[in-house]
Design a protein around this ligand. Structure first.
Ligand code: M6R
Length: 614
């Protein structure tokens, strides 16, 4: 949902840092791009609809020079993608420039007031209003900072903002409310950014800002304040230095390393990310603490969005089957459906790769407000979810840049499987030797995944789903949960309507759509051999059936003209292991279908990696 970057340097040109930052942030939004550089006594602004590479070459951005500047990649909310709606935006005088990620809720009220006061609004964005608001407050303020604070106080909604003004060419003002913003500390420069990958090439030392914080950076200092109901409170420098974190992700991890797309690279990285999740969590006291919290809870609520919600479904199944605990899954944006019955004694497992998904954070806040405690499962150290959770389980999957979640899904399943086992141990449902036995098996998940990727590359055609407009992806038991994720992958990057429902439901309605040649994929797992009947009913109606199963059990179906069986090696009968051989097939399927249709799987239309709006 938009990427912002701002750089202040002492004696180096900031445009290369901003340009690289824009490339690294493009996964957050890619409908338009812009840059503002302070130069002489004015601002140089370049912006356009389109992607980062075309923008940088069209405007020869790397030839621009300055010591302070801003950059922005946009995912449109207020106003469609266009040159004029691209950020940065300016006030009437053109001396203040702003970039923003978020949504200003009181847009209409502010706009009316500003227009009455004579401001000329050029774009349809909510962002531009903030530049005019600052300008509007200037006559009533003793400094630019005071005008900035007064303007910010008038905003409702979510924002991560960076602002420059020609009167103070060596400063970037910033503010955060419900949209991520971090500060990267360099030697002779400082960076304000939406996310870690934008600054990894230059520094690993970061301060993660909290809601309500604002301030400014120069090349050598950071001044931070908290806007409270009582006014502005200064965050002392000593307190600030205790908040500096060292980021362990490497630049290589956040770049394509010769792969044509991040998504393919991240599919291939799964053996490493799964191993890292296992090894990083198996001895981690946080996981034990989470398990004990879980076990002693009254109700267990599992929440998240998209892929993270799907990982939560697998978790609930494991919890029930292995730890014998019932849990309740709720899509984060629908938390209102159950929040009135959530309270003290309940535990919420909130799953979010980014830890910044608006819907998930809102669900967490609603449940916490009613007395529930929260276990956050996230990949990003310092993310909002990690800060708002009582206990945090880190996925340790390394950065995921492709918009389609791949390696974080398998790492979520791994961390949640470990949580299940320790919860079962805590509750005495499994004894230590049973848990250790299963841990030994899980420690091999990375090898199983490596083999599965190799097999999937062999089995998935180079140009799959040719001519398909609509498909079913079905399963029973664990397979039905994996099929939901498979269908999401196909929808979001190959733009093919892929519907997933538990296979037993076919006869209750959806089978009416099936006619000769209709593609149906089955994710067949060993817990549900009865899926054979569902395959037969589809076959009888002429569907084109592909069954993807593991080799550790026998399915009573013979392959034939319209029934293909793909068997991925798995020797063990452990249910905790079954997602690893199966999911890569569908990741590769979606990836190849997307590329064969001429799409860019890293930048699916209408989507952004981290959804920080309501
Ligand atoms: O960062 P999160 O895990 O909270 O993101 C939640 C969803 O937006 C995300 O999983 C989305 O569904 C995936 N990008 C789909 O591949």
């Amino acid at each position: 949902m938009c990427g912002i970057i701002g750089v202040c340097a002492l004696n180096r040109n900031v445009t290369p840092i901003i340009s690289l930052g824009l490339r690294r942030l493009e996964y957050r939004g890619y409908d338009s791009v812009g840059i503002a550089i302070v130069s002489g006594d004015g601002l140089i602004i370049r912006k356009a609809k389109g992607d980062v590479d075309s923008f940088l070459s069209k405007f020869k951005v790397e030839e621009l020079s300055g010591l302070t500047g801003l950059g922005h990649t946009r995912w449109a909310t207020h106003g469609p993608p266009s040159d004029v709606n691209a950020h940065p935006h300016t006030d009437c005088s053109g001396r203040i420039a702003i970039v923003h990620n978020g949504v200003i809720r009181n847009y209409n009220t502010i706009k009316r007031v500003l227009e009455l006061r004579g401001h000329r609004i050029a774009s349809e964005t909510d962002t531009e209003l903030i530049a005019h608001l600052i300008e509007d407050e200037m006559p009533f303020s003793s400094s630019f900072f005071e005008a900035f604070v007064r303007a910010i106080s008038r905003l409702e909604g979510s924002y991560a903002i960076a602002v420059i003004n020609v009167e103070e060419p060596n400063r970037i003002y910033f503010a955060r409310m419900k949209s991520p913003l971090i500060i990267g500390l360099g030697e002779g420069f400082n960076i304000v950014s939406s996310d870690i990958p934008a600054l990894l090439d230059y520094t690993r030392r970061v301060i993660v800002l909290e809601d309500g914080e604002l301030g400014w950076v120069t090349a050598t200092e950071v001044k931070l304040f908290k806007l409270t109901e009582l006014g502005l409170i200064r965050v002392e420098d000593d307190d600030l230095s205790t908040r500096v974190r060292f980021i362990e992700w490497s630049v290589e991890e956040a770049s394509k390393q010769g792969f044509p797309h991040f998504m393919l690279k991240e599919i291939f990285e799964q053996p490493y990310s799964i191993k890292s999740t296992y090894e990083g969590n198996v001895e981690d006291p946080a996981l034990r603490m989470a398990a004990s919290m879980l076990w002693s809870s009254r109700n267990i609520i599992v929440t998240g969005a998209g892929t993270s919600y799907h990982a939560g479904l697998v978790f609930s199944y494991y919890l029930s089957r292995i730890a014998r605990r019932l849990s309740y899954n709720i899509i984060a944006s629908e938390h209102k459906l159950i929040e009135d019955s959530v309270g003290k004694g309940d535990v919420v497992i909130a799953i979010s790769q980014s830890g910044e998904t608006f819907d998930t954070l809102e669900a967490v806040r609603a449940f916490k407000a009613r007395g529930a405690r929260v276990i956050g499962v996230t990949n990003v150290v310092g993310s909002a979810l990690s800060r708002e959770s009582d206990v945090v389980v880190y996925m340790r999957a390394g950065p995921e840049i492709g918009v389609a979640a791949t390696k974080t899904y398998t790492s979520q399943i791994m961390s949640l499987s470990l949580l299940t086992l320790f919860a079962a141990l805590e509750g005495g449902v499994l004894d230590r030797s049973e848990v250790e036995d299963k841990l030994v098996k899980l420690s091999r998940a990375h090898e199983i995944t490596a083999k599965a990727i190799e097999e999937s590359l062999k089995h998935v055609p180079e140009n799959p789903l040719v001519g398909s407009k609509s498909i079913y992806m079905l399963g029973r038991g664990l397979g039905s949960l994996i099929a939901r994720e498979a269908a999401l992958k196909v929808k979001e990057i190959a733009y093919i309507h892929a519907e997933s429902y538990p296979a037993g439901e076919s006869k209750h309605g959806p089978i009416a759509l099936v006619e000769k040649g209709f593609p149906v994929y089955f994710v067949a797992t060993s817990d549900s051999p009865e899926i054979a009947g569902n395959v037969m009913e589809m076959r009888a109606r002429g569907a084109h059936v592909t069954i993807v199963k593991t080799s550790n059990w026998r399915l009573d179906v013979e392959p034939g003209d319209s029934v293909e069986i793909v068997e991925i090696p798995l020797e063990d009968s452990e249910i905790l292991l079954e997602p690893y051989p199966l999911i890569p097939y569908f990741q590769v399927l979606a990836y190849r279908a997307s590329v064969a249709r001429g799409y860019n799987p890293d930048k699916p239309r209408n989507l952004a990696k981290t959804v920080t709006v309501e």
